[in-house]
Structures are given as structure tokens and as C-alpha cells.
Design a protein around this ligand. Structure first.
Ligand code: GLY
Length: 326
């Protein structure tokens, strides 16, 4: 007789087997690992990867490639979760978060940066020209202006219209947590160059309609991005608070260090996020990862997460496996 317990046990086993098969398929994507290679979150990763590929295919470094990819998304006004055209906070300010990390373990970040279109490039200069890792707010903007960046009004008419509509619909929004209404956000990029060196960048305008001053995971080294040139690189997308609680990208890289494939490491990190966030059913969090051998993987809580890959065979978009099935 099939008891409820038996049935659930079987259902769980089938779900696990399906997930394993999907992960196995993902691991097999790069059975013959490719170098160079670049991997980016979401559909907007496709054009971003093209910009990175121009660098990688001509012998450039992974660090230059991930910066080029980040700049491509940041400067696209139609991408409403990054840089120019990003959705503002609940007070109408577009505030940007970004970080970058190179193969030598050095890293830089900016948070709550306003009026500067390319925060990942500012983060790179924080890494290269200061003794610090992160600059925030006014200080980050002053640093950017002192280093040749110019002020830009990042609030496009389209983003302003959306914000004004949201404000009209949410008069009591101060106490609400606003999860991104669209199922995509941050662009995270990880790359390996032809010399085998790894780098990553992560850039975002953050959660739409966030509280002023809110900073998510994207500029936090270890949360939104982590690179260890001996092991691999990982980056995160989704609700930043949930990623920070699990120190997600660092966890993915540490799991790869312990022998997990990129896909397995991403899945285990998603399980950790789920364990640490009781409201996980309402959240989207996704990870992508690349190991030193050039194998790739991704995993998310909710379905619908896509990531873009570009290597010598060309560019493509992959659908990530997820904890919740379609
Ligand atoms: N992952 C982007 C953010 O939460 O700000």
C-alpha cells in the first residue's frame, strides 16, 4: 500500500534524481573545458559576454574582460537593474553597488554610489589606486570624480515613470520589503583567460524601491562575488540580504575547493540560503560558478534563472536548474 510517507519519499527521490540529472547535464556542458571562457548572469549577459569576448579572444586578461562586460550592462539604458536606467530606491535615487576581484586576490568595491554610470570601473580603481577595498556614498563619488569619471543623471524617463507608479500604488511602503518585481537583476560575471587566470565582477542598481542607503550583496566580497585563482570563481544574483546571510559566493568557491563541481557547489549554496531564510519560497537567489579547469554551473531557488556563456564555440544562453521546479 502506498502510504503518504512512502509517496512523499518517492516524490522526493524522483525530484532529487531529476535535479541530479539536470546538474549532470550542466556539468557535461563543458566536458572538455574551454579557455578562455566568460559566464554571466541573466539574458543581459549575452551582450555583456560579447564585450568580454573581444578582450579574451585577443589574449586579454580575465580582469579586463569582466570589467568590459560590466560596463556593457551598466551603460545600457534598457537594462533596468544595473547602472544607467536602473530602478531607483523608494525616494527616487538611483544608487549603484559593484565590486571586482582579480586573480591575485585583490579586490575593490563601491556601494551606494550615485550619478556615476560605471561603478565596476570605479571599484577597479579602488582596488588599484587605494589601500582600501570599499568606498561608499559621497566618498565613492568624490573618488570617482577625482579619477576622471563624470556625473550622469542615471534616472531615465522610463525608470522615473515606473517609480512614480510604484509610489502611487504603495503609499505605506516604508515598512514593506520590496522583492524585485522582475525575475532578474544584478549582472555577475566570471571569466577565465587563455593564461588560466580567473577574475569576476558584479554590478547592480540593487533591489528596486529599496530603502535609501540599502546595500545588497553585489558589492560585498564573498557574498555577491568571490574569486580564488587556485580553485574557481562564483557570483550571485537575487535578493541580496539572503545571499549575505550565507556568504554565498565564498561558499560556492569553498565547496569547489572541497571537490564539488561548479553545478553541485551552486546547488549546495542554494540549499544553505534556503536553510538560513525561512521566507525562501518568496525569494529568488541564483549562483553561477566556474572552476579552474573551465567547467561551469549554475543553480537557483526559483525557475526562470538564465545565464550566458561565451567561449571559442560562440555565445549561448543556458537555463539554470532550480530547487523549485517549473
Ligand atoms: N543582488 C542584488 C541586490 O540584492 O542588491
Amino acid at each position: 500500500m502506498t502510504t503518504r510517507r512512502n509517496f512523499l519519499g518517492t516524490a522526493v527521490a524522483v525530484a532529487a534524481a531529476t535535479a541530479d540529472a539536470t546538474l549532470f547535464a550542466q556539468d557535461a556542458i563543458n566536458e572538455k573545458p574551454m579557455r578562455p571562457l566568460v559566464l554571466s548572469t541573466w539574458r543581459h549577459g549575452v551582450p555583456a559576454n560579447k564585450a568580454a569576448w573581444q578582450v579574451l579572444s585577443t589574449g586579454g586578461t580575465a580582469l579586463d574582460a569582466v570589467e568590459a562586460a560590466a560596463r556593457d550592462s551598466e551603460s545600457d539604458p534598457d537594462n533596468m537593474s544595473v547602472g544607467l536606467g536602473g530602478r531607483p530606491d523608494r525616494d527616487g535615487n538611483v544608487t549603484l553597488d559593484a565590486c571586482i576581484m582579480g586573480p591575485d586576490g585583490n579586490c575593490g568595491a563601491v556601494a551606494c554610489l550615485t550619478e556615476i554610470e560605471n561603478p565596476a570601473s570605479v571599484a577597479r580603481l579602488v582596488m588599484e589606486r587605494t589601500p582600501h577595498v570599499m568606498l561608499v556614498g559621497e566618498g565613492a563619488q568624490e573618488f570617482a570624480l577625482a579619477n576622471g569619471f563624470t556625473r550622469t543623471n542615471l534616472l531615465t524617463p522610463k525608470a522615473r515613470n515606473e517609480w512614480e507608479k510604484w509610489k502611487a500604488d504603495h503609499p505605506d511602503a516604508v515598512r514593506e520589503r520590496q522583492v524585485n518585481v522582475e525575475n532578474h537583476d544584478t549582472i555577475g560575471i566570471v571569466a577565465v583567460d587563455s593564461a588560466g587566470d580567473l577574475a569576476g565582477a558584479c554590478t547592480t542598481s540593487g533591489m528596486a524601491w529599496k530603502m535609501h542607503g540599502r546595500v545588497g550583496d553585489s558589492p560585498i566580497i564573498g557574498a555577491g562575488l568571490y574569486v580564488d585563482n587556485e580553485v574557481g570563481a562564483a557570483t550571485a544574483t537575487g535578493v541580496g540580504e539572503a545571499v549575505i546571510r550565507a556568504v554565498g559566493s565564498f561558499l560556492v568557491v569553498e565547496l569547489m575547493r572541497q571537490g564539488r563541481s561548479p553545478a553541485e557547489a551552486c546547488r549546495e549554496a542554494v540549499e544553505r540560503v534556503v536553510a538560513k531564510n525561512p521566507d525562501w519560497k518568496e525569494l529568488q537567489v541564483g549562483f553561477i560558478a566556474l572552476d579552474k579547469a573551465g567547467r561551469i554551473g549554475g543553480y537557483a531557488i526559483q525557475p526562470g534563472f538564465e545565464y550566458a556563456v561565451h567561449d571559442a564555440t560562440g555565445g549561448r544562453l543556458e537555463t539554470s536548474a532550480s530547487r523549485v521546479s517549473q
